[in-house]
Structures are given as C-alpha cells and as structure tokens.
Design a protein around this ligand. Structure first.
Ligand SMILES: Nc1ncnc2c1ncn2[C@@H]1O[C@H](COP(=O)(O)OP(=O)(O)OP(=O)(O)O)[C@@H](O)[C@H]1O
Ligand SMILES: [Mg+2]
Length: 302
C-alpha cells in the first residue's frame, strides 16, 4: 500500500468509471467519493496477459433464500499465482470463495446462477462429481479444524477415503511430503502419533493446509487462514503461501490489506456483493481504476 495513491492518475483505460449499476446502499455507506461504476464489465478486465486462467467466473449471482448477496461477478483467476479477495465485512468474500468449490451447496436456501469454469469445465454442470471437485479444490478455513486424531491420521485421512494409496509406504510418503509442503514436517516428525489438538494454533493451521494438500489438489482456497494467528505464525503462513504457488493456484481471503499486498499477485476488491475491481495487486494498491477501491485501500472506510 502506498500513501501516494491519491496523486496517481488512473491508469486503467479499460475500466469505466462512469458506468451505471452502483448499489443504492452507497448513499448510506459513509463513502463520500462519487459512486463508482461497479458493473460486471468494469470489473472483469484484469489483463492476464500471457497467464493461463485456471478459474473463469461469468455472470455469477448468489442468493441466500431471498437475500441477493453476489451480483453479476465476472473474474478470471490465473493459474499458479496468488489471488487475494479484499473488502469490508459482509461484502461476500467468503460466499464467493465457497462458490468456487461448491461449498455453498450444503447451505439450505443457497442458490447460484451463472457459471464457474475450472479448466474450461463448468463446475455447476450436471455431470460434475462434487466429491472429486472438492478434492481438486481444497479449502482452508479461518479457524483451524484438525480432526481429533493423530497428526499422521489427519493428513492421511483424505488419501485414505479417496482410495489414493494401496500401501502403508505410499501413505507414509504422502503424509511426509504434505507436511513438508506445509512447512510443518520438522516440527512434527517426531510426534506423528501425537494428537493434532496438542499442536499450537499456527501448527494446527499448517496441519490443515497439509491435510488439504495431501489429496493433491490443483487449487487451494483459503478463507482468512492467518487471522487467528500471532504475527510469527502469520508470517509462516504467508511464506508458505508464497512457496505453494509454485504448484497450486491459491485464492485467499484476507482482511489485512498489507497481507494482500505482500502475498498476492492479483487482488479483487469486493463491496456490497459486487466486484468493484480486479487487477494486479500492485495496481490495486498504487493506481486503482476505481475511486472506491482507492478509498478502501487507503483506509478511508472499511
Ligand atoms: N449461511 C448464510 N445464510 C444467510 N446469509 C448469509 C450466510 N452466510 C453469509 N450470509 C450473508 O451474506 C452476506 C455475505 O457474507 P460473507 O460471509 O460472504 O461476507 P464476507 O465478506 O466473507 O464477510 P467477513 O469479512 O465478515 O467474513 C452477508 O450479508 C451475510 O450476512
Ligand atoms: Mg468471510
């Protein structure tokens, strides 16, 4: 984040700042800036350049019963990079994240319209096996949720139930490599049979990341994975995210704008259920195309 953002001109020629579609609630939000355009077309133009989109969201609307909480979202999320979702509480970040692996399906009254394509296949299509989808798209939550089992059994759980291994040796290998990938191996290698609940909060969160990685996902969704952790444990998670993008597409929700600026390549700013702006992180924090984004990232509201 920079303090000179306000003095920079808008560098975003393909983002309309006068398009219609801003929500009425802007008037009551305490935002004094002109109401920006938040139409879908304004938000969907992050230039991925030569990057390959892993996830492509088109015209996505989402409802909890009668409550319309996501409006016409368009977004292309690049492969093997980190994409951060930022925005004020209640703006729909978690809901949108959950639409990417159909975790909302289990919420009664939840309804989604539009498409979410992963590698060009609509995950809401009839032929989709949701269990396999969630194996391919892992999720890590704000509050770490290890099973009340041993460290080993937490990581081994997914490979076991997905029938991914035929021998104990294979399972041992997956457990070890997943714990390495989650930067936890050295801390737990001598107590694999100890209860996961005896680990520290930061270790438990990395264990949950190891558990997510053990089923060999392509995408890892993280919903504020470090918000309950102290600064040192947070830093370890941030370093880990940075390493993981070599192998995985990462999408991370964070309330912490410095964290988004540090760890992500692309940032999406949501507001009142709309995607206001999606662009390279550097641009979002130094020269956003929308006044509302600038007001948010410079701390004028939040
Ligand atoms: N299970 C649910 N049933 C009904 N409404 C819900 C449900 N979960 C979320 N909502 C509503 O949907 C809107 C978006 O919520 P969501 O949790 O996606 O926001 P968020 O941006 O993740 O917020 P936070 O930063 O506080 O986590 C809010 O108005 C919220 O009250
Ligand atoms: Mg949330």
């Amino acid at each position: 984040m920079t303090s000179n953002a306000r003095s920079l001109p808008s560098l975003s020629p393909n983002v309309s700042s006068s398009s219609p579609g801003a929500p009425d609630a802007a008037a009551g939000s305490g935002v004094s800036a002109p109401v920006p355009g938040v139409a879908a077309s304004a938000a969907s133009h992050a230039d991925l350049g030569a990057l390959t989109p892993k996830i492509e969201v088109t015209a996505l609307d989402f409802y909890y019963d009668a409550a319309h909480v996501l409006h016409d979202i368009h977004m292309r999320i690049p492969e093997r990079l980190v994409t951060a979702f930022i925005g004020p509480s209640g703006c729909g970040k978690s809901t949108f994240l959950r639409t990417l692996n159909r975790m909302n399906d289990i919420i009664p009254g939840a309804r989604v319209a539009g498409t979410v394509e992963i590698d060009g296949i609509d995950i809401y299509g009839r032929e989709i096996d949701v269990v396999d989808l969630r194996r391919r798209i892992g999720m890590v939550f704000q509050k770490s949720n290890p099973f009340p089992k041993s460290v080993y059994d937490n990581v081994a759980y997914g490979p076991r139930i997905n029938g991914m291994v035929t021998s104990r040796g294979q399972l041992d290998e997956i457990v070890e490599s997943s714990l390495h990938a989650a930067a936890l191996w050295d801390e737990v290698k001598d107590r694999l049979q100890a209860s996961a609940l005896a680990l520290s909060g930061g270790q438990q969160q990395r264990l949950c990341i190891a558990r997510a990685l053990a089923v060999k996902p392509e995408i890892v969704l993280m919903d504020e994975p470090a918000s309950a952790l102290d600064p040192i444990a947070t830093q370890r998670i941030e370093e880990l995210v940075h390493q993981l993008k070599r192998d995985y597409t990462i999408v991370i929700v964070t309330h912490n704008m410095q964290q988004a600026a540090r760890i992500s390549d692309f940032t999406a700013f949501f507001w009142l259920g709309r995607l206001v702006e999606f662009d390279r992180t550097e641009r979002i924090f130094t020269a956003p195309g929308e006044q509302l984004t600038e007001d948010y990232v410079t701390g004028r509201f939040g």
